[in-house]
Design a protein around this ligand. Structure first.
Ligand code: GUE
Length: 285
């Protein structure tokens, strides 16, 4: 029976480091501020927003939530984003994705100010993740995965990591970050043949596909570490991951729960990146 590894101690440690930095910034008259841009009311977005608001208020970081209508046009969205870009009181910008289909992410990603882009939307920040350059902003969820692995002393060097999912928010960047730590990385997705077989070769299995409880013990090698990045809402309206936690735990050595796992660390990483952005913009680093 595997051990559930929770996000809370990892998040607490990250928050502890940030607290002093916020104090220092505030003493100099700078109020760190995050601007969230949400289009519509997707349950995953709402969950992230709720978590983010809680963490930012704990840490005394200002947040502005911009809830834009589901049917907003591309032009209106771009105009709005440009306004947030040029608002000097805002240091970090988080745009929930995926955006509705009338909005072209391939255009918008060039509009967001890379220095305020705390969740790696801008191609400039994406490039840095792929280059292993830590001067930019990695996406918060993959960064949270790496924080979890580090905190729980999971060895990556030379190990076989399998990532299920190839999104720009989770799968692709987390694969590059695992590669940087010298894992041998396989990226799987909905078209992968013999998925359970490939997944069950993993020492570390990272799941981010957005399909509730899809991954069961058939996908898990004995003693593997399972990191569940999925945030889904089940039939009863409860939050659940992409893995069937209980079933996977029969074989896994360590497994992250949902809620209370990676998601709870993501929001702390977000706060950390807002502070990094704030220091960058106010010249205090
Ligand atoms: N650009 C972008 N980046 C994302 O990383 C992103 C996104 N868009 N769109 C939505 C999904 C979903 N997501 C969550 C992150 C944390 C929690 C979280 O804090 N969850 C808490 C529970 C919070 C609550 O519901 O009260 C937990 O798992 O314990 C939830 C969901 C990130 N996503």
């Amino acid at each position: 029976m595997g051990t559930l590894i929770k996000g809370k101690p990892v998040a607490d440690k990250i928050k502890e480091d940030i607290k002093a930095e916020v104090k220092e910034l505030r003493a100099k008259g700078t109020i760190p501020k995050l601007s969230i841009i949400r289009v519509g009311a997707d349950p995953g977005d709402i969950s992230y927003e709720r978590g983010a608001l809680k963490v930012m208020s704990e840490l005394d970081i200002d947040v502005q939530v911009n809830a834009l209508p589901e049917n907003i046009t591309q032009e209106e969205f771009v105009d709005f984003l440009k306004k947030v870009n040029s608002d000097s009181s805002v240091h970090g910008i988080l745009i929930f994705r995926p955006l509705p289909k009338q909005l072209d992410e391939n255009v918008i990603k060039y509009v967001i100010d890379a220095n305020k882009d705390v969740d790696c939307f801008s191609p400039l920040n994406v490039a840095k993740v792929f280059e292993g350059d830590e001067s930019g902003f990695p996406p918060c969820t993959p960064a949270a995965v790496m924080e979890m692995l580090k905190y729980y002393n999971v060895e990556l060097k030379g190990k076989r990591a399998v990532v299920i999912g190839r999104s720009m928010i989770v799968g692709k960047p987390v694969s590059m970050m695992l590669l940087k730590e010298h894992a041998t990385v396989t990226i799987c997705h909905s078209r992968t043949q013999n998925l359970p077989q490939v997944a069950s070769e993993a020492d570390v299995l990272v799941v981010g596909i957005g399909r509730a409880k899809m991954v069961n013990s058939e996908y898990v090698k004995d003693g593997a570490v399972v990191i569940d990045v999925g945030i889904n809402v089940d039939e009863d309206g409860k939050l659940c991951g992409d893995a069937d936690t209980e079933d996977c735990a029969r074989k896994a050595s360590l497994i992250t729960p949902v809620p209370g796992g990676v998601g709870s660390v993501t929001t702390s990483v977000l706060a950390k990146q807002v502070i990094k952005a704030c220091k960058l913009q106010t010249g205090s680093c």
